[in-house]
Ligand binder design. Sequence first.
Ligand code: C2O
Ligand code: CU
Ligand code: CU
Length: 477
Amino acid sequence: MKMDDMPGMGDHSGHDMGAPPRSAVVLPEGEALRDLPRLANEAATPGQFKARLTAGPATVRFAEGLDTPILGYNGMSPGPLIEAVEGDRVEITFANRIPDEASTIHWHGMPVPADQDGNPMDPVETGIDRSYSFELPEGSAGSYWYHPHPHGRTAEQVYRGLAGVFLVKPGTDPIPAAYGDTVLVFTDLRLAADGTLPDNTMTDLMNGRVGDHVLVNGQRNPALTVPFGTKRRFRLYNATNARFLRLSFDGAPMTIIGTDGGLLEAPVAADDILLSPAERLEVIVSFEKPGPATLYTLDYDRGWMGAGRPADAGLTLLTVHVSQTPAEPVPPLPDRLRPIARLGAPSISRRFVFTETMAMNANGMEMGFLINGAAFDMGRVDIVAKQGEVELWEIVNEADMDHPFHVHGTQFQVVEHERDGKVSKAPYLAWKDTVNVTRGETVRLLLRQDRPGPRMYHCHILEHEQLGMMGIVDVRA
Ligand code: C2O
Ligand code: CU
Ligand code: CU
């Protein structure tokens, strides 16, 4: 594919081949962490969630005297937090007010019918309202999110601000309420000196867009004060287009309790965690001694093409001030969180090989991000699967960088990773919808699609998805 023919490239020309311009804008730090505003439920009947989400232009003041035009859901970025309960019937009216652009809302990770899932085949044109409705099955509690998925425009609409959290809570939660439930959404901002969001460069298209500032709930290094001896539950969301976040809590031990699709069977202690784009983790952090405790990034080599690999180690994302006042005693974390049924023996196995092609010729740079040798085609069904059947998917990364693999409509179970002929079992049984596949690695996972219809699978570096690293599995009854 030639650069100028690429979807979403518009009529820009003269793409800069080098490092993206780094902004000198300094964002204020240390403001109190804000809770994400909640989307109010307009339904009068219990068991129903009804609301309206409007996507459109908005303005944010990231730094004093600097107004940034963005896209927001209901005027904000991240979008309002949606919280519903297992068993709820959800109806959300989506109003697309983005000038001149189609959009959709995709319910990332959620078990919704294919025709309600905001697929690129179902665009909502500008000025149009459409309603998405679905039911949240029992057992579906988890940390989901929502974002646009229009053909060729997903990456830009997300980095311009469109993404929000969708929490599904269980009827009864095994995690003590005293731990709270704090959502931390990581987004990645690149800001020009005039406050605008620069377009993607060639480097961004190759590596995925990595910005200058990692924000937490839209804030740069916000602060939180907690009494010592307290335990807090955090839901960590990587809502960036392409930034890999290897995270650690300095001064406070961390325990993983959940993944994309909800709680684990049992807690797992962790020194540091890797959140690739689109992944989520639930952790419990114990603030055992007074003083500062910071959530910060460690180096992670995700493979980088060309110049300008951004420094990703040593960024402080959140500062927790642990006060001298001791906390009220809190109940301990239970040893067992919930049972997870292992998906049974697969009836078929499939292989997906991820490759990149890069060539300089008379037409300029030609670049392809491919699955099994093909770039995405909206008119083509890549594979046909049977509803309700367990399949083994083998994701093979033969490319030069990590690609986080994601599939719509279901949650899967990672079985094993193979690197240099060495197989290692998944560290714990978990429901996931996104898994990082490092370069040279093969990941094997089990999945079952319980609802019919076309589903997308793709790399969740959104620029790669946009440039072709996506396919369609048609699930048939
Ligand atoms: Cu986050 Cu195709 O999705
Ligand atoms: Cu998705
Ligand atoms: Cu990728």
